[in-house]
Design a binder for this molecule. Sequence first.
Ligand code: AMP
Length: 248
Amino acid sequence: MKVLVPVKRVIDYNVKVRVKPDKTGVDLANVKMSMNPFDEISVEEAVRLKEAGTATEVVIVSIGPQQAQETIRTALAMGGDRGILIKTNETVEPLGVAKLLAKVVEEEKPDLVIVGKQAIDDDSNQTGQMLAALLDWPQGTFAYKLEKDGDSLTVTREVDGGLQTVKLALPAIITVDLRLNEPRYASLPNIMKAKKKEIAEKAPADYGVDISPRLTVVQVTEPPVRQAGEKVEDVATLVSKLKTAGVI
Ligand code: AMP
């Protein structure tokens, strides 16, 4: 089974994001960038499938600027076999990403695509679903557990207040949720080995895909600043204040 794993380069989740003064977006200058955390979970799952002898090859793909190559390298150091960088300096919306991934799927013919449930920069949660629709493949979203049996895949999904188990015929698309696994840290020898792994370089035009945006960002704003709290002397004062505020 061949597995394709798309990984996105995003602002590191530990960074406090700053909105640009003109409110057109967020400031990316001198900001630490990393692999989208959900994509680390996808890579981990694909590598575990390979280690278990279920997957034969794990191909990593990223759409982004030249530096997205570092993100691919990280995935290769975790155990991916080879990479594909589709290089662009434009912002590519989920539909554009899904169309490019559909072309990569046509070329690479994977049996399984493991996608993050959402990118933490745009919070779209769209790419996997759009890719499934474009390919007309079954999808198991918000995966909590994956099990392959024969030509099908049993996916336990995180749904409101519980879990749902579905069975999909391969080839299929999976989008991963937070609790599927705990991604490994790449060891130094594996980081060194990853330097020698192949990364093919492509452009959106090579696939004949139009990535021009469909949306215009009107404004990006910071969340409202929280008001300072107040300490009260005793419970009686607290109750009286809550009554005055109409809370109780
Ligand atoms: P989104 O729909 O933007 O929230 O992204 C969901 C998932 O799609 C991510 O976790 C990635 O697996 C994949 N994805 C989105 N954008 C890209 C990109 N530029 N390159 C590679 N994968 C991407």
